[in-house]
Structures are given as structure tokens and as C-alpha cells.
Design a protein around this ligand. Structure first.
Ligand SMILES: NC(=O)c1ccc[n+]([C@@H]2O[C@H](COP(=O)([O-])OP(=O)(O)OC[C@H]3O[C@@H](n4cnc5c(N)ncnc54)[C@H](OP(=O)(O)O)[C@@H]3O)[C@@H](O)[C@H]2O)c1
Length: 300
């Protein structure tokens, strides 16, 4: 299969390309940076879609960087890097003479409202109430293809992806190593996590299985709170984790809106994902955190 991946140079995309190559598929990345096996967004705009069997979009400005101030300009980049790239790929797919067989778009668990008591499956209502939910709704709307395009479409609502090479794990490892790790705020908030290997594997599974369509929650089946995660990571690293990061510090460093999203969470169930027959490689936190136990702080 020839797979074109928008934002395929990133945390999830790098894992995905490795997995696809191993399975004998070919991949090409759409990137803002030139390089081998890459095309630019301008190339797509000018020349249309290169011949391919599948298109995946993983583009998006990183939201978790505390050095990027959370202001209106940055929020605009956060939105446009997701919605506009998705829209551009939909336009390219729709107007392609030789259409791909499958289109995989990204969204996030921020689609569901934060709650300590509710449980959300793919069929639950969402997409409104705060910045992140509205962004996800707009992102998913932009990904919709006209039915007459005849291209299978899968949308992944991705959880907090855990992996050595990106996301929060490399940021947490140094403080955990020093024995200064702890919960974020009270730690009672749900922590809808997923191992990055499962995100990549679920994309590959969706590419390869013709019967998979629609929205899938890319979150691990064993729900956990932030406190559960903190305890499990600390145990895997043989370190204590007694130092909670107070809510006001989180809001000061990350900004009120983004900070709140870290202090609240949602319990997300991958009901449809499991119903497709997908088997998670890392269904529980213990098995996932074991894969980080050997990371040294200097290698992060
Ligand atoms: N990682 C998570 O925990 C998580 C959770 C929920 C949803 N997601 C979503 O899943 C997708 C993949 O996540 P990821 O962690 O792999 O993302 P990532 O590594 O932060 O970024 C993916 C790629 O997006 C491109 N990009 C970054 N800023 C951009 C901008 N301003 N305009 C256009 N392109 C930009 C970059 O590609 P180039 O530099 O090559 O152009 C980058 O390699 C993203 O859409 C993300 O929002 C991720």
C-alpha cells in the first residue's frame, strides 16, 4: 500500500512509518520541511494528490509546549494547522482522478466534555463547551468527504499518547528520576491515555481492514486517573512520586485554558474500536509504563 501522511514527521507519524515499512507498505510524508520521500503542502496545492492508496493526516502544532504562550495568535495556529491541512487533503482527495481507497483523519479526546463521573464512547455527544471541544468538532467537520467520493473514512479521537520519543513522557522522566514526580493537581481527573505504538498500530489496522469505518476512540481500554498513572510510572521507575504540581502553577505556566484541560479529564471508552476486533498491544498502564522504565534522564 502507498500511504501519504500529512505531518508524518512527528511523534505518531514516525512510529507509523516504521510500522508500515516493516509490513512492506510504502509511505510518503507531507511536510513543511524538505527531505527525502517528502512533498510539501504547496506541492499538493499545486499538483494535487500524488498517486497513493491511502491518505492519513497527523498534522498539528504541538499544544503541550510550555514555551509557546497560550494566546489568540497561538490558538489560531493550533486550529489552522489541524483544520486547514485536513481541509486541503479533503479537497485533494475529492478532486483526484485516481482516488485513494481510504482516508484517516485525526481528532482528539478533547471532543468530550471534562467530567469525573461521565463515561464517553464514540457515540456520546461532544464537540462543544470549550476551546478544545470546538476545535475537535471543526477538525472532524473539515475531514468529512462527500459520499459520492466513494472513499472509506476513519476518524481517530486520539488520547494522551505515551511514548519515549514525544508527548509528555520525555518531559516527565527527569523529575521522576530525581524523585520529584507527582500528580498534576489533585490527580483525581481521568487520564485518557494510549501507548503511541497502539495509535500507530490502530492506524495501520484501519488502513488494512476494509470493514473499519467511522469514529474510533484511540484510548487504552483500562481507564485510569492521573494519580493511577503517576503511581504506575513511579513504580516502573523504582522512584517515589510525592510532589503534586499545584493547579495554580499549571495554569500560570500553561495559561488558564490549557492548564484547565490538564487539570480536568474525561473517561473515554474505546467501545467501537474494540468492536472492530482491534487488540491493544498495551491495554493497561503497567505494561505501557514498563516500556519507559529503562529511559535515562539524559537520553530524554
Ligand atoms: N500526541 C498526542 O498525545 C495526541 C493526542 C491527541 C491528538 N493528537 C493529534 O494527533 C496528531 C499527531 O500527533 P503527534 O503527537 O505526532 O504530533 P506532533 O509530533 O506534535 O506534530 C506532527 C506534525 O505536525 C506538523 N506541524 C507542526 N506544527 C505545524 C503547523 N503549525 N502547521 C502545519 N503542520 C505542523 C509537523 O510536521 P512538519 O514539521 O514536517 O511539517 C509535525 O511533525 C496531531 O494532529 C495531534 O493533534 C496527538
Amino acid at each position: 500500500m502507498r500511504v501519504l501522511i500529512g505531518g508524518g514527521s512527528g511523534f505518531v507519524g514516525t512510529r507509523l512509518r516504521r510500522l508500515l515499512n516493516k509490513a512492506g507498505h510504502q509511505s510518503m510524508v507531507i511536510s513543511r520541511q524538505p527531505g527525502e520521500n517528502r512533498v510539501s503542502w504547496n506541492d499538493i496545492y499545486r499538483d494535487g494528490l500524488p498517486e497513493c492508496d491511502a491518505v492519513v493526516n497527523l498534522s498539528g502544532e504541538n499544544i503541550g509546549d510550555p514555551f509557546k504562550r497560550w494566546n489568540e495568535d497561538f490558538k489560531e495556529i493550533v486550529c489552522s494547522s489541524r483544520v486547514d491541512t485536513t481541509q486541503q487533503l479533503v479537497t485533494a482527495i475529492t478532486s483526484a482522478k485516481h482516488k485513494p481507497r481510504v482516508w484517516i483523519s485525526s481528532s482528539a479526546i478533547g471532543y468530550y466534555p471534562a467530567s469525573e463521573t461521565a463515561e464517553y464512547t464514540e457515540l456520546s455527544a461532544g464537540g462543544s463547551g470549550d476551546f478544545f471541544a470546538e476545535l475537535c468538532a471543526e477538525w472532524e467537520e473539515a475531514a468529512k468527504l462527500p459520499a459520492e467520493a466513494g472513499v472509506r473514512h476513519v476518524t481517530l479521537r486520539i488520547g494522551l499518547a505515551l511514548g519515549r520519543e514525544g508527548g509528555m513522557i520525555p518531559k516527565l522522566i527527569p523529575s521522576f528520576w530525581l524523585g520529584a514526580g507527582g500528580t498534576i493537581g489533585s490527580g483525581k481527573q481521568w487520564f485518557p491515555w494510549v501507548h503511541v505504538e497502539d495509535v500507530a498500530n490502530l492506524i495501520k489496522y484501519s488502513l488494512e481492514n476494509e470493514e473499519v469505518t467511522g469514529v474510533l476512540n484511540a484510548v487504552a481500554p483500562h481507564a485510569a486517573t492521573n494519580a493511577d498513572f503517576t503511581k504506575t510510572l513511579a513504580r516502573a521507575m523504582w522512584r517515589p512520586a510525592f510532589f503534586p504540581l499545584p493547579g495554580f502553577v499549571v495554569k500560570t505556566v500553561f495559561g488558564e485554558e490549557r492548564g484547565l484541560a490538564m487539570l480536568e479529564g474525561q473517561r473515554v471508552i474505546p467501545e467501537r474500536t474494540l468492536a472492530t476486533g482491534y487488540k491493544f498491544l498495551y491495554p493497561d498502564l503497567e505494561s505501557a509504563c514498563e516500556t519507559f522504565s529503562s529511559i535515562l534522564p539524559i537520553s530524554t
